[in-house]
Each structure stands twice: as structure tokens, then as C-alpha cells.
Design a protein around this ligand. Structure first.
Ligand code: ATP
Length: 249
């Protein structure tokens, strides 16, 4: 497990970032992405710039650890929001196939229209979605408490890319092991999750998928037993610090 995965060649970076913005703008017009999602993406772009727009060694290890957690879980669930569906529907399908995880749409700004539009987008890309009657089962106020009893509520391991701090904390308080993907190592989500992957969503998901295909059971056990989230947070902050220090060299 040594070769780098999910890294975009440097000359494609600017093009990739413009395409991503166009894609998010288009999905906002369709009501899949909300304006708050664009603001969150802008924050992530700034952190990606600081981290060098690449998958770092420590993020790669976090992706392998995430794969191990999903493969060894009894009831793994991937929670998908609007930005994740807009940017990575195909990558979610691939990860579902490789990990065997359930996929549930779970939105901060939950409306029937958005639930349907996002569900349709995912299903068109081949994702098999959990369906059923949602209920306010999480210890949170408002719409954010809603989820499926046989989905996130029953999960022992939940992958929640681009999550907000309150829901991440609520899931952890229910005894779940929470994996997040978040480029901001200082966010409450990054600091609260069991495992934080500090990498861009569209690099991180294929990285987890590839590891799911490669890992043996023994490797999974060893990755899980050596999980230290402070190490992942500290490594990202050190990478950022180094880049800032060397910026004028
Ligand atoms: P928190 O509530 O956790 O303190 P926040 O208020 O910034 O953080 P949100 O806006 O709900 O929370 O979270 C979105 C997070 O997802 C942000 O930290 C942002 O950096 C990250 N993010 C957004 N888009 C991407 C992406 N494409 N790849 C990786 N991370 C992303």
C-alpha cells in the first residue's frame, strides 16, 4: 500500500477546479446544491491550496484506515449530501460496490424536492439507495435530526463527507465511529470525528475505494488498531505550516 492514489497531475489542477465550480453552480440552479454549499466549497478550496492540492502521505493512510473501518463494520453507511452528490455521484457508486456500505441521502437543508433530486442523480449514476420512512432519530434540533432507522441510526460506522460539526458530534455521542472527509483540519467536524481524511472529496473517495479492493483482513485489523486521529490533524497542520513558511523561497 505505498503508491499514491487519487492525485491529479498539476497542469490539470486549475482546469479541474474551474470544472468543479461550474458543476456546483449548475447543480445549484437545479436545487441540488444550496448557497451554503458553495460557501463551504470555497472554504475547502482555500485549504486545498494550502495543502498543495494533492493527497498527502498522511491523508493516504487515513483513506486506507477508512477503507478498513468500512470493510470491518457490521453496518457501514455512507451519508450523502448535496455537494457530495453533485461532485462525486460516480465515486460514491464505486465505493459502495467496493465496500458493501449502504448509502443514505442526508441533508442539512432537507426538503422533499432536494431529497428527490439528489436521490435521482445518485440512482442515475448507479448508486443503490436506502429508502424508507425517515424520522427525527438523532439528538439534534430541526431537520438535521432526521435519518432512516435502518440506515444511519443503525450504523456502527458512518462515512459523512463534508459534514457539519453538530451532526458529527451527535453521531459520535451515539457511539458510532464517524469517518469524515474535510479539508479544514481546524473545523469542529475534523476535530470531533473518529477519523478525519484531510483531502479533497474527489481525490479521497477513489483513494478509499482502491484501498477497499486491496486490503486483506489482517491489514484492516492493523490499520484500525493503530488509528490516531490527532496524528492526521497534526500532519495536515504541519504540511500547511511548511508550505506557508516556504512560500517565498
Ligand atoms: P464545522 O461545523 O465542522 O466547524 P463548517 O461550519 O465549516 O465546519 P460546514 O460548512 O458544514 O462546516 O462543513 C463543510 C466542510 O467541508 C468545510 O470544513 C469544508 O472545508 C469541507 N469541504 C467542502 N467541500 C469539500 C471538498 N470538496 N473536499 C473536502 N472538504 C470539503
Amino acid at each position: 500500500m505505498s503508491e499514491k492514489r487519487g492525485t491529479i497531475p498539476p497542469d490539470h489542477l486549475r482546469y479541474h477546479s474551474l470544472m468543479t465550480r461550474e458543476r456546483l453552480a449548475e447543480c445549484m440552479q437545479q436545487g441540488i446544491v444550496v448557497p451554503e454549499g458553495l460557501a463551504a466549497h470555497g472554504r475547502a478550496e482555500a485549504f486545498d491550496y494550502l495543502i498543495g492540492e494533492r493527497t498527502t502521505e498522511s491523508a493516504l493512510l487515513a483513506e486506507e484506515t477508512a477503507a478498513a473501518m468500512l470493510l470491518m463494520a457490521d453496518h457501514p453507511v455512507i451519508s450523502v449530501n448535496g455537494n457530495t452528490a453533485a461532485l462525486a455521484a460516480g465515486a460514491i457508486r464505486d465505493l459502495q460496490e467496493a465496500s458493501g456500505a449502504f448509502v443514505e441521502v442526508n441533508l442539512f437543508h432537507r426538503t422533499e424536492y432536494r431529497m428527490n433530486a439528489i436521490g435521482r442523480l445518485l440512482e442515475e449514476r448507479g448508486v443503490r439507495l436506502l429508502t424508507g420512512e425517515a424520522a427525527p432519530l438523532l439528538p439534534l434540533s430541526h431537520d438535521r435530526a432526521w435519518c432512516l432507522r435502518e440506515g444511519i441510526y443503525a450504523a456502527d460506522v458512518v462515512l459523512v463527507p463534508l459534514e457539519d460539526g453538530d451532526r458529527c458530534a451527535a453521531l459520535c455521542s451515539m457511539g458510532k465511529r464517524v469517518i469524515t472527509i474535510d479539508l479544514n483540519p481546524l473545523s469542529r467536524t475534523a476535530q470531533t470525528a473518529t477519523l478525519t481524511i484531510i483531502d479533497e472529496l474527489t481525490r479521497a473517495l477513489p483513494g478509499i475505494t482502491e484501498a477497499c479492493r486491496d486490503l486483506t483482513r489482517d491489514e484492516c485489523t492493523s490499520l484500525i488498531s493503530s488509528l490516531d486521529n490527532r496524528y492526521f490533524l497534526r500532519s495536515a497542520l504541519e504540511e500547511i505550516g511548511e508550505r506557508i513558511r516556504d512560500a517565498l523561497d
